[in-house]
Design a protein around this ligand. Structure first.
Ligand code: ZN
Length: 249
C-alpha cells in the first residue's frame, strides 16, 4: 500500500512538473499558461496529449518533436523528474514519517489522515511555486509576479484554513503540545513546532505594527497592480514568444 501511494505521488509530481515547465517558459514572457496548448517552438505544431505524457513521452520520442524532429531541452525532463522526486520526499517525510508528530490517538484516524494530507498538499503547492520561481530567476533574473502573488494568495488561504493549533481543536492544543514535548524524548525534532509557534507568534506581534504602517501606505497600489498582473495569467492573449522562437511549450 505504501508503494502504491508513493507511485501515485510520483505520478502527481511528474504531472505538476509538466505544468511547471509551461509556467517556467511562458510566465517570463507574460503569456497565458492555459492557452494555447503545448506546441513545438520550431514547426509550431500542437503537441498531442499522447506526446505530452510527463517523463514517458520525452524518452519515447528521443527528446524530439514528432513532426520536425527538433530537439527539446533535456531540462523539461529534469524539471518533471525533480518535481516528482520532491513530491515523493515531502510525502514520505510529512505523511509516512509524520515529522510533525501529529498524535493519532488524540486526533482520531480521520482527522489524523486529513491533517497529514492537507499539510503535504499545502507544502507541495508552495514548493512547486518555489521551483518555478527558482528556474525563472536562473533563466531571466526575474521572478514573475504571477508566481509571487499566487504564492501570497495560497499562503493567506492556507493560514486561514489551517490556523494554529489545526488540525487539533483549540481545547486539544495543550494536550497536543504536551504530546509533542513528551515525544521530544523519543525524537528530538518533533518538539520543534512547539518552539517555532512561540517564536513566530512573538515575531508576528512585533511585525504587525510595522506591517500596518507599510500596508496603509503601499498596500492599495501594490495590491491593485499585482492583482491585475496575476489576472493576466488567465486572460492574456497567448501569442508572443513562439514567434520569437524562445519558448516551446
Ligand atoms: Zn516541431
Amino acid at each position: 500500500m505504501l508503494l502504491v501511494w508513493m507511485i501515485l505521488v510520483f505520478v502527481l509530481g511528474a504531472c505538476v512538473g509538466s505544468f511547471l515547465n509551461v509556467c517556467i517558459y511562458r510566465l517570463p514572457f507574460d503569456k497565458s499558461v492555459l492557452w494555447p496548448g503545448s506546441r513545438c517552438s520550431h514547426c509550431l505544431k500542437s503537441i498531442k496529449w499522447y506526446d505530452n505524457i510527463p517523463l514517458v513521452s520525452y524518452w519515447l520520442l528521443g527528446g524530439r518533436c514528432r513532426f520536425c524532429r527538433t530537439r527539446f531541452s533535456i531540462r523539461y525532463f529534469f524539471i518533471e523528474l525533480s518535481t516528482a522526486l520532491i513530491f515523493v520526499g515531502l510525502f514520505y517525510v510529512e505523511v509516512i514519517a509524520n515529522v510533525y508528530g501529529l498524535d493519532e490517538a488524540l486526533l482520531g484516524t480521520n482527522r489524523f489522515n486529513v491533517g497529514r494530507g492537507a499539510i503535504f498538499t499545502f507544502h507541495a503547492l508552495l514548493v512547486s511555486l518555489l521551483l518555478a520561481a527558482s528556474v525563472c530567476d536562473y533563466d531571466h533574473h526575474i521572478i514573475p509576479l504571477q508566481i509571487t502573488v499566487s504564492g501570497t494568495i495560497f499562503g493567506l488561504i492556507g493560514a486561514l484554513l489551517f490556523p494554529w493549533p489545526w488540525p487539533y481543536l483549540p481545547a486539544e492544543a495543550e494536550m497536543a503540545a504536551g504530546a509533542m514535548v513528551v515525544s521530544k524524548a523519543a525524537a528530538s525534532n518533533r518538539a520543534v513546532p512547539v518552539a517555532c509557534v512561540g517564536t513566530i507568534a512573538r515575531m508576528a506581534g512585533a511585525g504587525r505594527k510595522l506591517a500596518d504602517g507599510i500596508g496603509d501606505r503601499f498596500g492599495g497600489n501594490a495590491c491593485r497592480r499585482h492583482f491585475l498582473a496575476w489576472c493576466s495569467v488567465l486572460f492574456r492573449v497567448g501569442n508572443g514568444s513562439e514567434i520569437h522562437g524562445s519558448a516551446s511549450r
